[in-house]
Design a protein around this ligand. Structure first.
Ligand code: NAD
Length: 270
């Protein structure tokens, strides 16, 4: 990845929390920022703060679920200059009800923002990053709920597992273009999204610094909270323990399925 100085960086959900901390950290390193958020008032406040600090900002009031709006927005982004970095960060909190009685309209909404919104961000930004041939980097914000599906936040976990899969597949897809992909898995971060837990979470600024270091090192999996490691280990141990002997080891090989599955950053040598 080239130097951040003069690079163009688009951030969704950039007016608050982790997105705004990323904007501040990138601006401090001389990047030009495309700050996107659906909340116009928060966007204007964030823009003012960044501009007052001397940053070069294009503020776009954009709902990540709105594909028509993405088309209009990307014309403005092209005019702003070359894009090198994209942060698919916008997201909403869990709906707070068990899956078996979850409101279907709320289900559609969280899928649209947290998962399809990330897909829309990828589709809008990758052509612009590819266009200049200088390479770049894409960061997708998942969550520890993208590794561990706890029952009270099943809806949220579904979206964050999906973001994790998007990032892993995209990592392989974009490697030939010199575009790195990272997936961010924060635990609790002190932002409005987590409401009353705010005072006990990691600061969004610490998360942003970790993300910029991960971009420099081209890391795929970006963890911020080491205290979740035993839970992730327990999950993968349970999965590995559940494998018995293969019924027909030759079939998957002959059908080319294993070869396809090996096209991941972590399984190429297995
Ligand atoms: N805070 C945490 O503890 C935590 C933990 C893990 C993952 N995350 C994830 O981090 C990301 C950022 O969250 P945060 O904690 O900074 O929350 P936040 O509420 O401070 O910021 C989210 C921003 O996204 C914007 N947004 C929401 N829906 C949008 C849409 N449809 N289109 C455009 N913008 C939209 C909001 O207006 C807000 O400015 C989210 O994807 C969240 O799921 C947060």
């Amino acid at each position: 990845m080239r130097s951040l100085e003069g690079s163009g960086a688009l951030i969704t959900g950039g007016a608050s929390g982790i997105g705004f901390a990323l904007a501040k950290a990138l601006a401090a390193r001389g990047a030009r920022i495309v700050l996107c958020d659906r909340d116009a008032a928060m966007l204007a406040a964030a823009e003012s703060q960044l501009v007052a600090g001397g940053a070069s900002i294009l503020a776009l009031c954009l709902d990540v679920t709105d594909r028509t709006a993405w088309g209009v927005a990307m014309d403005k982004v092209r005019a702003f200059g070359p894009l090198h970095l994209a942060f698919a960060n916008a997201g909403v909190a869990p709906g707070g009800a068990p899956l078996s009685v979850f409101d279907p309209a709320a289900w559609d909404r969280i899928l649209a923002v947290n998962l399809t919104g990330v897909f829309n961000t990828i589709q809008a930004t990758v052509p612009l990053i590819r266009a200049h041939g200088e390479g770049g980097h894409i960061v997708l914000t998942s969550s520890m709920a993208g590794m561990i599906a706890a029952a009270p936040i099943g809806d949220y976990a579904v979206t964050k597992y999906g973001v994790s899969a998007l990032g892993e597949a995209l990592h392989t897809e974009l490697a030939p273009d010199g575009i790195g992909v990272s997936v961010l898995y924060p635990g609790v971060v002190a932002t409005p999204l987590v409401g009353e837990s705010r005072s006990s979470g990691m600061t969004p600024e610490a998360v942003a610094d970790r993300v910029l270091a991960a971009i420099a090192a081209n890391e795929l999996f970006v963890f911020t909270h080491a205290d979740y490691r035993p839970l992730v280990a327990a999950r993968f141990e349970a999965i590995l323990d559940a494998f018995g002997p293969s019924a027909d080891p030759a079939f998957a090989e002959s059908a080319g399925v294993l070869a396809m599955m090996r096209q991941t950053p972590y399984s190429a040598q297995k």
